[in-house]
Design a protein around this ligand. Structure first.
Ligand code: SF4
Length: 220
């Protein structure tokens, strides 16, 4: 699936099935652009989830910009509260595509909120500072996986391909994002870390003026 909704029990549904199951009310709609990732997190859902083929987030091939635009055009927009770039891979591996689609969404549906869920390593992936790519009001929220309070623990959990420098690069990206994105949120997964580690993450975020969200495992 390229475009999907999430339902109770960590299920991924096509938008049509989501509406059948829950005909009333607005919901977040998710965009799955790639299965590529520059991390190999120990807790990654991609390694644990079993999905029926028709509702799988494993892509046979990456969708083109035009394919995604077509799926966006076909959405029942009255039922959409937010568009989230997420999926089974790291969206910023296709940074240009994410930016182009964010612009398209804001051009066609300016009131719809947009969010990017990311590991925050796009500066390392693209060899430059990338937060400015989201300037111009195209992105309302960026949710960045903090995962840990220090570089060593972060690398142990994420096995990021850029090694120990990944953690500082992710934090720099988060701080840079504050200039361009109204809501910058860092996340840590509740079951992966203990309360002491979560407290250290909170302190680190407070020192940098960043918000921390303790995320429930499987929640997007
Ligand atoms: S960054 Fe996300 S998609 Fe990539 S390995 Fe980690 S949890 Fe999985």
């Amino acid at each position: 699936m390229i475009v999907y909704a999430t339902h109770e029990g960590g299920r991924y549904l096509t938008v049509a099935d989501s509406l059948k199951e829950k005909p009333e009310g607005q919901r977040g709609i998710y965009i799955n652009l790639t299965n590529k990732c520059n991390c190999a997190c120990t807790f990654c859902l991609r390694n644990m989830k079993k999905m029926a083929e028709e509702s799988s987030l494993w892509l046979k091939e990456e969708p083109t910009v035009e394919q995604v635009k077509q799926e966006l055009d076909d959405l029942p927009w009255d039922y959409v509260s937010e568009i989230v770039f997420c999926g089974f891979g790291e969206p910023t591996m296709r940074l240009e595509t994410v930016v182009e689609l964010l612009k398209y969404i804001k051009d066609t549906h300016p009131k719809i909120k947009t969010r990017l869920n990311t590991n925050g390593l796009s500066d390392l992936a693209h060899g430059r500072s990338t937060a400015g790519d989201f300037a111009g009001g195209i992105l309302d929220t960026v949710s960045i996986s903090l995962n840990a309070s220090n570089a060593e623990r972060y690398l142990e959990l994420t096995r990021a391909k850029y090694g120990i420098e990944s953690y500082d690069a992710m934090l720099k990206f988060a701080v840079d994002c504050k200039k361009y994105i109204p809501n910058v949120v860092l996340t840590v997964v509740e079951k992966v870390e203990n309360q002491q580690e979560i407290d250290r993450c909170q302190k680190l975020c407070d020192e940098r003026g960043l918000k921390l969200r303790v995320r429930i495992y499987e929640d997007n």
